[in-house]
Design a protein around this ligand. Sequence first.
Ligand SMILES: [Zn+2]
Length: 471
Amino acid sequence: MDLIDTHVHLEDEAFDPDRVAVIEQAGAVGVKTMINAGSTPTANCAAQLLTKEFPGLFAAAGVHPHEFPDLGVEKLADLPGQLCQEKVVALGEIGLDYHVFPDYPPPHPEAQQAAYRSQLRLARIFELPLIIHVREAQADALRLLREQGPFPNAGVFHCYAGGTEFLAECLELGFYIGVGGPVTYPKADALRAALRQAPADRLLLETDAPYLPPQTRRGKRNEPAAIREVAEAVAALRGMSPDTLAAQTSENARRLFKLNPFDSGCFTYAIKDRLYVNLTNRCSSDCTFCPRRVSRRVQEFDLTLQREPLARELITAIGDPKAFREIVFCGFGEPLLRLPTLLDVARAVKARGGRVRVDTNGQAALIHGRDILPDCEGLVDEWSVSLNTADPEQYQRIVRPAGGASAPQAGREVHAGVITFIQQAVQRGFRVTVTAVELPEIDARALPQRAAQLGAHYRGRVPQRLGEPED
Ligand SMILES: [Zn+2]
């Protein structure tokens, strides 16, 4: 049986005594792929480390509504940085939970909504699917989702507990339905009725382990291996075999979270004498002029990624780098979000005598929380840094950065950070070109001079030809 647990909390302390055994037991019953849902800034970090140890484990990063008993936006400060990590495939779990727990501070709807809104905005910028937790707050959850959308990457209503009406609204928004242990509970007739109606291509299976064990394990710690029971229950109520249901729901999970190892997409593309490398569709800015909002095509190439390429795949795809004038990391996304992969590929290109250029928004130090230039020495020949304006206020208005690793910086601070990146790159002896999209509403005249002061070259770009390679 091929099963994917799309919602598990393996970093939870409940698994401290036997985490490896739990993951092995899951593998033994066919659960070889899992998505660890984020809940707190600390849990997001811990999950990130686990994904490095276990090849089949992917992560989502997000801050749960329970973390907002009061207005505390500082809890979101690290999230942009966490969304840039390798193997992060979703933003979540986020949402609204108005349930009153006896031993918990009362819910603060206004605080939860503010946090939910901010995280929805990040999901849009980073182009990640959402994992949404809703309890006793369905109307607000849908209203804010519509207000902040559209979300073409969709998402999942995890631990779905609604009836048929809510189901129709979720489906209309393009969302998936996450089904866990509660489907086996004796009182869950309304849920089972809704699940009989849900289209097969929108169902996902999950455990939410260590929480919400299925009926046979109630009161005990839940584990990802228990997803078999969920699969059997859902298959029975839909009148299909567990194997068919498992295959269908796993295909759904791979589609939503872009996990399919057989999807390749356009990882590299050659135009004239340059080879371009398309590392990611995630980005840390939301530029008003970005052509990706309209189309992902560059000439005959569609740069929409069904999953992010691995370093070894790119090295094979590049072949002999000397066959090209240069290898350019660009694409509709920020390549430096995938710093480790970029460096592995650049190292291979340099070892084979190629030239490397990186087209970037220059926000890497803010996102990774450190100066990344020392890592790049000898591996990158040229930086092409899109600054767009010499004016910090205007930068905030047109580039709309998501924020940095340690604080959701205002645009003017991000602008200062990009200038520092340019200065430090020049000081380290890299060739640096500052670029700007020459929009009518931007006064770009100050930029060539600013670039020269910083010791960098300047290249203006015509808005109509964005996404196209330069001559
Ligand atoms: Zn959860």
